[in-house]
Every structure is written in structure tokens, then in C-alpha cells.
Write a protein that binds this ligand. Structure first.
Ligand SMILES: C[S@@+](CC[C@H](N)C(=O)[O-])C[C@H]1O[C@@H](n2cnc3c(N)ncnc32)[C@H](O)[C@@H]1O
Length: 244
């Protein structure tokens, strides 16, 4: 990829990074901060999302989830980002939520999607990159921005795949500017058949099944003041506000 084909949005994103690389790699349409670091998918489900097949099938999984569980993709109203605001979407997958958030904050705002999966990011970059929407390959466990950078941090259906999710959740909260909102959704059929079966057969899925109170406590511990949880079937949304 030539210098000219670097998506323009990165002139706005690079200055925000804690450590901007000297020779940024945009060869796949997104900024790759992990390069050749060996991928160690945290379990078979994440391994699938990192494959070409999993990424392609994800569209079908999404449209099924949208029909069967409409609350899946609906961020709580209170977390709506301001026009001109900065948004970080962690575990963005194919990037359609990131794109939608970019439209919500408008051209003066900025929406950045972060994921570890090459195939997911390639699709996200192709379909959703815009003057105010860009994608980065980075790990949620080591976010590349300084604390206090964003007005909204969101993560939809990703935290359950990531090891040490409480530390990751606390890291997401730290990315918020004063008064910023966190909106995290985890599918968590805790106590359901899937959970029981995995528990019974020795869980090697790499998935975490959360308890709403446990997530709320984790956010209170980070100093977040307003914490809401809402469970609708297996869909658990948690939203919290950084004190202004
Ligand atoms: C089920 S998909 C959800 C995608 C999207 N948020 C949505 O709701 O359509 C989960 C995504 O989380 C990503 N993911 C898993 N572990 C991650 C990590 N440690 N850092 C960043 N992304 C991660 C996966 O690669 C995958 O794209």
C-alpha cells in the first residue's frame, strides 16, 4: 500500500496514540499495532473469530442475533455520544457498530474500532472506514491510547472472550474523559443450559459468564459513580459514567 492510500482519518488518530509507530503498517486498510506478534487466541470461540471462515460467518450470526435478541446492538440511550465526541469500540469485529457510532458523532467526531482479528478488521476497514472512522489492530488488554481520551467507550459481545476480563473492564473505564460513558454488552447465559453443560464437562471454551452484580462492583471499584445493569434474556448491558 502506498503512502497515498493511508486512510485520511489516521492523520487524526496517530496523534492520539500513546506511542505512534515510526513506520505505521496500514497495508490492510487498518493500522496494525500487533504486527507479527504470535496470535494466541484465548479459546476455541476466539480462535474461530480470528479465522477467515469465522469472520465470514459472523454476518449471519449477527443478523440472527439482531432478529432473536434485538437488545444485542442497542446501546443504552443514556450513553449516546455527543456530536463531535470521540468513541472507542473495543472488539469491533466487522465494524458496523463503529460505523454507526461514527455517523452519530458526525464529521467532527471520531470513532475508532479496535480488534485483534485480521479477517474481522479487513472487512471492517473495507466497509466502514470514513473521514471520521478508522480501525486498529490492538489488544483490549493493552489499549494504545492514554487514559481519558474518549467520550464513549463501548464493547459489544467481546469481553466474554478476553482473559482477565475484570482488569480489561477497568482499563476500558480508564480510557474515559471526565463525564464520559462506558457501554459494555456481554452475552451471558449464566445458569442456562450452555453454562451448565460447560461447567459439567470442564470448561475449556475460554468464555466468561458474568454476573451483573460482579461487573457493577468492578466498575464501582474503578471510581465510576453511576452504574446501571440491564439483563434481557442472555444479553447483559452494563453502562457507567466517569465522574465529571
Ligand atoms: C463476537 S465478536 C463481536 C463483534 C462486534 N462487537 C459485534 O457485536 O458485532 C467479538 C470480537 O472480539 C474480538 N476480540 C476478542 N478478544 C479480543 C482482544 N483481546 N482484544 C480485542 N478484540 C478482541 C474478536 O476478534 C471478535 O472480533
Amino acid at each position: 500500500m502506498t503512502e497515498q492510500s493511508v486512510p485520511a482519518v489516521f492523520t487524526r488518530i496517530l496523534p492520539l496514540l500513546t506511542h505512534a509507530p515510526e513506520q505505521p503498517d496500514f497495508s490492510h486498510g487498518y493500522l496494525d499495532l500487533l504486527g507479527d506478534q504470535p496470535e494466541q487466541p484465548a479459546g476455541p470461540v476466539q480462535s474461530f473469530w480470528e479465522s477467515d471462515l469465522g469472520s465470514n460467518l459472523y454476518d449471519h450470526a449477527q443478523s440472527l442475533a439482531r432478529r432473536m435478541l434485538p437488545t444485542w446492538y442497542r446501546l443504552p440511550d443514556r450513553t449516546r455520544p455527543p456530536t463531535g465526541g470521540r468513541v472507542l469500540d473495543i472488539g469491533c469485529g466487522p465494524g458496523n457498530i463503529t460505523g454507526k457510532l461514527g455517523r452519530a458523532v458526525g464529521p467532527t467526531g471520531l470513532a475508532i474500532g479496535v480488534d485483534v482479528s485480521h479477517p474481522m478488521l479487513s472487512r471492517a476497514a473495507r466497509a466502514e472506514t470514513a473521514g471520521n472512522v478508522g480501525f486498529i489492530r490492538a489488544d483490549a488488554r493493552e489499549l494504545p491510547f492514554p487514559d481519558g481520551t474518549f467520550d464513549l467507550v463501548t464493547s459489544v459481545a467481546a469481553l466474554q472472550l478476553i482473559p482477565e476480563p475484570h482488569a480489561v473492564l477497568a482499563g476500558m473505564a480508564r480510557q474515559l474523559a471526565p463525564g464520559g460513558w462506558l457501554a459494555v454488552m456481554v452475552p451471558t447465559p449464566r445458569g442456562g443450559l450452555l453454562h451448565q453443560a460447560l461447567t459439567l464437562f470442564g470448561d475449556r471454551s475460554g468464555l466468561t459468564f458474568f454476573d451483573p452484580a460482579e461487573l457493577a462492583e468492578c466498575l464501582h471499584d474503578t471510581g465510576m459513580k453511576t452504574v446501571h445493569t440491564h439483563q434481557s434474556g442472555p444479553v447483559l448491558w452494563i453502562s457507567a459514567r466517569q465522574p465529571a
